[in-house]
Ligand binder design. Structure first.
Ligand code: CMC
Length: 492
């Protein structure tokens, strides 16, 4: 007898549902299978077999993948990472070559439009981006209304959401939900899309500099003319009353530009997925970028550079490293700047960053925390706990030390990650809007494991009962109110 498996094409997967004996053949394309193919493995709900309505067995088999451990959500042409070999390429170009020969803005062009630009293409792009660095006057009031000690990421997130309010003509809710997806065929839509990209990239350095100046209690300055992208950013942060001839230090400009380039994209990371998730609703790109900032801010992602420096300061000095390593192994602390979902070898960006750090320290002097960082890295790399789990330094391990040496406040570090990553987010957003298949809203499934249907019980019939920890609202402390005492008394 010829079985289905024998007849199946070579690039396919044969799956038999042992509950029903049903076999399906699923095509394998680029070493992936469509998750929707599993929906064919449906069967009649059967209480005898323990099926619950909530298991939705008649809708077909679902893929359960908390944390997206093995789920591809897009087909992309932008960035490739081989986590085993420590390879990172943008549009086919190795990150090492780009870091050595390219600039942040040129790499942004590459990510967005697929090829390295010609001279005239680059001139047009950089002129457009730098032309759009000015922000509406009201932004000064919005940014100026934050407390001086507000976290700069809170300011950046808010600034992007606010910027959307100043571009009503670019808001699908106001002018038509297909204004960006129409860019596949409409010249006007394509122009509108690219204009928002220029605006977002241009205004990003201005609002990021405003967040810094708020933090430092300095007045905002106007974007300069005739400077490069990274120079303009540093100018807007640091310019005081030196006159318009003020120029940031060229070595610092070069180092920061390289850091920007290294952070420009990293395929489907948490913040990029957030941008695309939000973008898939066809909301305006300002809102999508604000969502990306929020996702990036977390200490497991772009907030790790800030966490690394706080960790190094708390360790204090080299002799405390072994005790800290033991704490991490007891799972009482995390070694920030180590580990990565995709890299199971050295993150190639961290190797380049280590070199940039030396260039910076040559000017600024060696940060004593570097010795602690190096001792920590060496201790982790030779310890079986980290070796077995294949944990290596990631991009954030050394970047924080460079930012610190350059004088950025610690809570400003995530901004220096978010700012260049906007280029990557926009490249993925643009790719999504131009997708020949159109945009499908990202609406994941869930596996419902809660209560089955039950009847409502009126309040007066509900009995007081002991509940598990976390299954009712916490009694929170209001030091200046009597409510907390009243709430406690009611529990006596
Ligand atoms: N310190 C201590 N233990 C760790 C660390 C770490 N930094 N990273 C992973 N582990 C352990 C983890 O506890 C787990 O142990 P066990 O098997 O005993 O439960 C094991 O290693 C496997 O973890 P994993 O599957 O690699 O974890 P993940 O892929 O879910 O998380 C990560 C990746 C980056 C969130 C995690 O490695 C981490 O928390 N690192 C510290 C934060 C950090 O540096 N983030 C920046 C990432 S790079 C920049 C970016 O793109 O955002």
């Amino acid at each position: 007898m010829v079985t289905t498996a024998q007849k199946a094409p070579e690039h396919s997967l044969t799956i038999t549902d042992n509950r029903t004996g049903k076999t399906i053949v699923v095509p394998i394309e680029r070493n992936s299978i469509p998750a929707t193919a599993l929906k064919k493995l449906a069967r009649k709900q059967d209480a005898q077999q323990g099926d619950k309505l909530e298991d939705e067995v008649e809708g077909g088999l679902r893929v359960y993948d908390p944390g997206f451990m093995n789920t591809a959500v897009v087909q992309s042409r932008i960035t490739f990472i081989d986590g085993e070999k420590g390879i990172l390429r943008h549009r086919g170009y190795p990150i090492e070559q780009l870091a050595e020969k390219s600039s942040f803005l040129e790499t942004a062009y590459l990510l967005l439009y697929g090829e390295l630009p010609t001279k005239s293409q680059y001139t047009l792009f950089s002129n457009e981006v730098l032309h759009h660095t000015f922000v509406h006057r009201d932004l000064q009031e919005i940014m100026g209304s934050f407390r001086h000690d507000a976290h700069p990421m809170a300011m950046l997130e808010s600034a992007f959401a606010a910027l959307g309010a100043y571009a009503p003509e670019a808001n699908p809710s106001l002018v038509g939900q297909n204004i960006y997806t129409n860019a596949r065929t409409s010249e006007a839509s394509l122009q509108l899309m690219d204009k928002q990209i220029f605006r977002l990239l241009g205004k990003a350095i201005t609002v990021a500099a405003m967040a810094y100046r708020m933090r430092m209690g300095r007045q905002f300055v106007k974007p300069p003319a005739g400077l490069s992208y990274t120079e303009s950013f540093l100018y807007m942060m640091d310019h005081l009353n030196e006159g318009s001839s003020y120029r940031p230090h060229p070595t610092i400009v070069k180092a920061l530009d390289t850091l920007f380039l290294l952070h420009a994209d990293h395929e489907m990371n948490a913040s990029c997925a957030a941008v695309l998730q939000v973008g898939s609703t066809l909301v305006d790109p300002y809102s999508a970028i604000a969502a990306g900032c929020a996702a990036l801010y977390g200490p497991l992602h772009g907030g790790a550079n800030e966490a690394v420096v706080r960790m190094l300061v708390s360790i204090g000095s080299v002799e405390n490293v072994p005790a800290f390593i033991e704490k991490v192994k007891r799972k009482e602390a995390v070694l920030s700047g180590f580990g990565h979902r995709i890299y199971r070898s050295t993150d190639p960006r961290s190797t380049i960053i280590r070199k940039v750090a030396e260039d910076i320290f040559a000017i600024t002097g060696r940060d004593p925390l570097l010795d602690t960082a190096l001792a920590l890295r060496d201790a982790a790399l030779s310890d079986p706990y980290f070796k077995e789990r294949r944990l290596y330094p990631n991009v954030d391990f050394f970047s924080g030390l460079i930012y610190r040496a350059l004088g950025f406040p610690t809570d400003y570090f995530p901004i220096l990650f978010a700012l260049p990553r906007i280029a990557g987010w926009l490249a993925h957003w643009r790719q999504m809007m131009l997708s020949p298949q159109g945009v499908k809203i990202w609406r994941p499934r869930q596996v419902y494991v809660g209560e089955g249907e039950r009847a409502y019980v009126p309040l007066k019939e509900r009995k007081e009962r002991k509940v598990e920890r976390g299954a009712e609202p916490s009694v929170v402390n209001h030091p200046t109110s009597t409510r907390v005492f009243l709430a406690r008394e009611s529990k006596l």
